[in-house]
Design a protein around this ligand. Sequence first.
Ligand code: NAP
Ligand code: 8YV
Length: 314
Amino acid sequence: MTSILQNGPLLPWLEQQLAAVYDLVPLHQQPDPAAFLRAEGGRFVGLVSSARFGASRSLIEALPNLKVISSFGVGYDVFDLDAARERAIPIGYTPDVLNDCVADTAFGLLMDSARRFSAADRFVRRGDWLKGQFPMSTQVSGKRLGILGLGRIGRVVARRASGFEMEVRYHNRRPVPDVPYAYEPTLRGLAEWADFLVVISAGGESTRHLVDADVLRALGPQGHLVNVSRGTVVDEQALVKALQDGTIAGAGLDVYEDEPRVPPALFALDNVVLLPHVASATHETRRAMAQLVLSNLAAFFATGRVPVAVPHDA
Ligand code: NAP
Ligand code: 8YV
């Protein structure tokens, strides 16, 4: 049986499917993972991991016979791509199948931040409706939507916006051909123009703290920020301050800089909606992601190729 190392917990259904076909060993269940890797690292030809747990250089180097990695998730910011490339190890991942649910979540957070549904729910539960009216909120339809990262998911967010008659502009490093949305060459310019700024770029070093205090000032006191990308893209301390002092009106967050730790200062604020990184977490999407993890591995062992792999130049 082919030996596959598992880094971090996965969907139970996926773990069962993997264990039925491979000699699957969960590293996180070993009493001393480092000692286990020293003793047994040579046994594994495959590594299965996720956008949450990734694979560090030291893990990849501890597996001298590793030939393939298969990840549950589309973000690859927690994988050491150089370490994998040096040994020509392909990294399977799960793009596209999660676009709809992540875009839906972005739009849900946008609606919630503007219309204050979560805050209104808390108001009703506290019994405050018996004492008076909930304050008015902000209209979404017909407004301006800025998208940081018009990639696979960003384009679906833009399509959702057309149902709300919103005008869409975006910022990437490069303009995207064949889209009907205006390109803003700077993120600051996009934030200045937008009523809502949705962050759905890639994570990693190249996007670290792109949304900083200056960008939040440009978004302004009527503006709302939504982040479904990675916590690292937003300077979290600057965001907390901007929400506290009214530099921006509100925010909807699915991701944080140090998950699962959320800055406690945010718990006290009524103008921020906090989700625990669940944008892709529906039964349908998670099953489709799991299928891709399996089919990427199966194809590699049958043909030597991973059909859906992180691009070589990523
Ligand atoms: P994608 O198709 O690769 O799109 C990424 C976009 O980010 C591209 O438009 C890219 O444009 C832009 N970008 C990358 N670096 C940039 C930079 N330095 N400055 C400005 N724009 C930059 O990826 P996707 O499939 O849409 O996924 C996007 C990300 O969403 C993933 O990487 C992941 O981190 C996150 N995600 C989160 C969840 C969740 O559960 N919250 C779920 C799925 C995905 P250029 O290359 O032209 O700059
Ligand atoms: C993952 C994600 O489900 O795909 C990504 O990049 O962030 C989520 O869809 C989550 O990180 C678990 O791996």
